[in-house]
Design a protein around this ligand. Structure first.
Ligand code: FUL
Length: 681
């Protein structure tokens, strides 16, 4: 019996030597830890920024804002958690302490904390309240603890480092499991520092002793990811706008100093698996400001962020500022929910499910090409040794339409692919599929977007890879056309542009004030129009015949019809159609337009600077036509709501319009104007 068994064993060994096909492909280092693999699978989770800044309209509190101002009256962590869950978020990270040093938990390390605020008579603990809500509703919980502390008297000295580590100790001991710990990169500079009111600088790499922090965190939370610092397991993506590179490796080399240039794209030669996390706020600011209520990101912007973060091999950390009531504002919740529904709907029916799959190289049945559509994350298609390339095709019974392809590499064996492209075949004719961005890397997940194509065969060519291909999943979808209101703009050269957020949508418009429909003018490229006009436009799906709501934009006579005679300089900024470029003029300094010929003047439009944290908006003004005061007034809520201000009055015939700002929102010397025009119709 023993002899027979030995014989079978030898046969097996021999056959596996001759048929390399059944070997698991060798891992290509670096590879992720199991914890990192689990983190990749989270894909989207939330940030909440909340604290003293919220109650003082600040982004970076100086460290001296009175604790007494922290007083949420309707705080509801369960509302946050339930909202975030409904939006598909897998976890939430709270700013336990921001740069101002204010601590949201019952800490023994400082008096600058919730314990000395009116909230629950000093008995509140935000870290506990949120972690309890997370436990109750099944959301993961993480913490942001700013290393920079603008309140602490000893910041910059040894004592503060001890305090900081005690804070880490408290936060990692008392609040249950943490899935991520966030060390912000902003460090040193001016601050209150216990009343010293000075600038202090530190060497972040050495000062904070991140190694000790890592040991404390991982001892108690072995599954937690660490963001930032010198022992990070995930990396900042290099911007706060919501995108990772279209080429994005999970690897970087933390040993080299010039790491910054690798943040967005990673590096094929990176020595450590440190994948990118994309952090971005649903509003311009991280903290809540009433003045940003009109700037919650649109569904189209959020969808783009999703495809350029999760779809670019990164995780998305989407921030929700908490408002003064202590809630996620309704507008933000609704927007995020609509966005989640949109993405779920885009990626609902996988067209490849029933396709016939073929590949030009397979490592054996265990690694067959069909594994990419079997819904099992742990089975994958792998090519033979030395086949660092390969082709896979999907054939359909009848023609299908698609505009998204999702690909995943089996990352436990390392990230490999560095170049690929796709073709379609319809009725025997081949065509290249033109993706919206460059196709190079895949990694944990890559979603490729392109204009809808019809095909009966999809073929993907993997041109280059760091080793044999290991692809565990490929899906394809036909996302419905996104029918959002088009954006209408006119530039300095009078070109009118009407853009839909979805390249598959048609755009129809009118210039006579009538409602646009599919029989109106069809937009194909920018056109010149320098007179006053109302443009109305819709996005339209030719196939379903569905349309968006109507976008309306009014333009006044362009600068072809007038000169700005004072001030002498900088006036281009107010007619350049750029909502961020801003001209500043002193209070009581006139802005004067002189028309080429007499006009029927009946109002004006003023747009304050739309940049994040912009200030010095005009509050009070006077307006003269041919020397006569026609109107003076106040823009009541402009500080909180800096949207376009439109003022209309009875027609006055004239040639010269003098607009004089007399007071701004800040009580300072000058006023900002991003755009300005005169209504003559
Ligand atoms: C930045 C900070 O300075 C911001 O205030 C915010 O917390 C963001 C998430 O990180 O670097």
């Amino acid at each position: 019996m023993k002899k027979i068994l030995l014989f079978i064993l030898i046969i097996n060994i021999l056959s596996s030597c001759t048929n390399t096909n059944n070997h698991i492909p060798e891992a290509i280092e670096p590879t992720p830890t199991q914890q990192q693999i689990d983190w990749h699978k989270l894909e989207t989770y939330a940030f909440v920024h909340f604290g003293l800044n919220t109650y003082n309209d600040l982004e970076w509190g100086y460290g001296n804002t009175p604790v007494s101002t922290f007083n949420p009256t309707e705080l509801d962590c369960e509302q946050w958690v339930m909202t975030l869950k409904q939006c598909g978020m897998k976890g939430v990270i709270l700013t336990a302490k921001h740069h101002d040093g204010f601590c949201l938990w019952q800490t023994k390390t400082t008096d600058y904390s919730i314990a000395n605020s009116p909230y629950k008579n000093g008995k509140g603990d935000m870290v506990k309240e949120l972690s309890d809500a997370c436990k109750k509703h099944g959301l993961k919980f993480g913490l942001y603890l700013s290393p920079w502390d603008r309140n602490h008297a000893q910041y910059g000295y040894e004592d503060y480092v001890e305090t900081y580590h005690k804070q880490i100790d408290e936060l990692t001991s008392n609040y249950g499991e943490l899935f991520e710990f966030w060390f912000d990169g902003a460090n040193g500079g001016n601050g209150y520092y216990g009343g010293s009111d000075e600038s202090r600088s530190i060497n972040a790499k050495e000062y904070y002793d991140y190694e000790r922090a890592r040991d404390t965190i991982l001892k108690r939370h072995p599954n937690a990811m660490i963001f930032g610092g010198t022992c990070q397991t995930i990396r900042w993506v290099g911007n706060e706008q919501g995108w990772a590179g279209d080429s994005d490796w999970c690897m970087i080399n933390p040993e080299i100093d010039d790491n910054h240039k690798y943040l967005t794209h990673g590096s094929a030669n990176g020595t450590h698996w440190i994948p990118a996390e994309v952090d971005v706020s649903i509003r311009p600011g991280w903290f809540y400001h009433k003045r940003e209520d009109h700037q919650v990101k649109s569904i189209a912007q959020l969808a783009d962020i999703y495809y350029r973060s999760v779809g670019h091999n990164a995780n998305l950390l989407l921030n929700f500022p908490i408002n003064l009531d202590g809630k996620i504002p309704a507008l933000d919740s609704i927007r995020a929910l609509e966005w989640h529904n949109l993405i779920s709907n885009d990626l609902k029916d996988n067209i490849l499910k029933n396709a016939k799959v073929n590949a030009d190289s397979e490592r054996g049945r265990k690694f067959k090409a069909e594994n990419v559509i079997d819904d099992d994350w742990d089975t994958y298609w792998a090519t033979e040794d030395d086949y660092n390339f390969g082709t896979i095709s999907f054939t359909f019974d009848k023609p299908v339409k698609m505009n998204r392809v999702m690909l995943q590499e089996y990352v436990p064996l390392g990230q490999r692919v560095s170049d690929f492209y796709m073709e379609g075949e319809l009725n025997g004719k081949w065509f290249k599929i033109n993706a919206f961005d460059t196709l190079s890397t895949i990694g944990y997940k890559r979603i490729v977007r392109f204009g809808t194509v019809e095909l009966d065969k999809l073929i993907i060519y993997f041109e280059e890879s760091r080793g044999p291909l290991c692809i565990n999943n490929i899906e394809a979808y036909c996302a419905p056309v996104l029918l959002t209101e088009p954006t209408i703009s006119r530039d300095f050269d009078n070109y009118v542009k009407i853009e839909s957020s979805d390249k598959d949508a048609a755009v129809f418009y009118t210039l006579d004030g009538s409602e646009p429909n599919e029989n109106s003018l069809r937009y194909d490229k920018p056109f010149i129009f320098n007179e006053n006009v109302i443009v109305k436009a819709i996005s339209y799906d030719v196939e379903s015949k569905n349309k968006s709501s109507v976008a309306i934009k009014e333009f006044d006579l362009s600068h072809d019809f007038f000169n700005i005679i004072e001030p002498k300089e900088g006036t281009r900024k107010i007619i350049d159609a750029n909502i961020y470029s801003t001209m500043y003029i002193d209070n009581n300094e006139p802005l004067t337009f002189e028309f080429n010929e007499e006009q029927k003047i009946c109002g004006f439009r003023y747009l304050p600077n739309q940049s994040r944290d912009a200030s010095r908006h005009i509050v009070d003004y006077e307006l003269y036509i041919d020397g006569k005061l026609i109107k003076n007034g106040t823009f009541g809520n402009i500080k909180n709501n800096p949207i376009e201000q439109i003022v209309r009055f009875e027609v006055v015939k004239g040639k010269t319009v003098k607009f004089v700002p007399t007071k701004n929102t800040d009580g300072s010397r000058n006023c900002g104007i991003a755009e300005y025009s005169i209504i003559t119709k």
